[in-house]
Design a protein around this ligand. Structure first.
Ligand code: FMN
Length: 215
């Protein structure tokens, strides 16, 4: 318990983020960084992102979810609409996403509003999932208490029998959310803690205002 962390130091030297080299739309920069990470760095699950919500208990909560699609409109992930996060989003759709790609010394913070995506889009994605994952979504009342692991496994076994050789319907309480961004901040680590931080903010005329923040 006595390990001294104060000497953990790392110099960030891999890249830079300068105004003369960035697009007007932050989603384009997101796409550039994402493909760069996917192609040039060995990052496991580069699409893993932290999602923070305001909970009904008044506390913020952060958990990892997987980005499954991004478009010019926003960032899509899938989950159980009745989960703790689903209930939190129902009450307050303002959320924050965070990507940290250590290998590239990059972080992206996205503030935005979560909305359920159209049912047919959730259907399409659900159909594309492996059967095991489909059944898992049916079996889990995500975030509810269950008395044991055995009870959970038993729920899955029953569903496996029930749906053997049958099409598995998407549970109505399972589907996608899209996060429509209002602010995106790109952080590139630099030496001497003089990091680059470029923030895009959506203005009333739907143009993105670009500003540099101090590190
Ligand atoms: C790498 C990783 C990926 C995950 N992907 C998802 C996901 O896409 N959707 C999801 O609902 N939960 C995902 N989870 C589980 C969530 O972190 C969380 O435990 C779950 O959604 C319940 O959260 P809640 O009780 O706050 O609603 C993932 C966890 C990890 C570690």
């Amino acid at each position: 318990m006595n390990k001294d962390l104060s000497n953990y130091r790392k110099s960030y030297e891999k890249s830079e983020l300068l105004e003369n080299n960035i697009p007007e739309n932050p989603l384009e920069l997101f796409q550039k960084w994402f493909y760069d990470i996917d192609k040039h760095y060995e990052v496991d699950e580069a699409n893993a992102m932290s999602l923070s919500t305001f909970g009904l208990d008044g506390y913020p909560k952060i958990r990892i979810v997987l980005l499954k699609r991004f478009t010019y409109e926003g960032f899509i992930f899938y989950t159980n609409y009745n989960s703790e996060k689903g209930k939190a989003i129902d009450k307050n759709p303002n959320v924050c996403l965070n990507f940290f790609w250590h290998a590239a010394e990059r972080q992206i913070i996205i503030k935005g509003q979560a909305e359920k995506i159209a049912e047919n889009l959730s259907d399409g994605y659900f159909e594309s999932r492996p059967v095991g994952s489909q059944l898992g979504s049916l079996a889990s009342d995500q975030s509810e208490i269950i008395k044991s692991r055995e009870a959970l496994d038993e729920k899955l076994r029953k569903l496996e029998l029930q749906y053997m050789n049958k099409e598995i319907p998407r549970p109505k309480n399972w589907g996608g959310y899209i996060i429509k961004p209002v602010e995106m901040e790109f952080w590139q680590g630099r030496p001497n803690r003089m990091h680059d931080r470029i923030r895009y903010r959506l203005e009333e005329d739907y143009n993105w205002k670009i500003e540099r923040l101090q590190p």
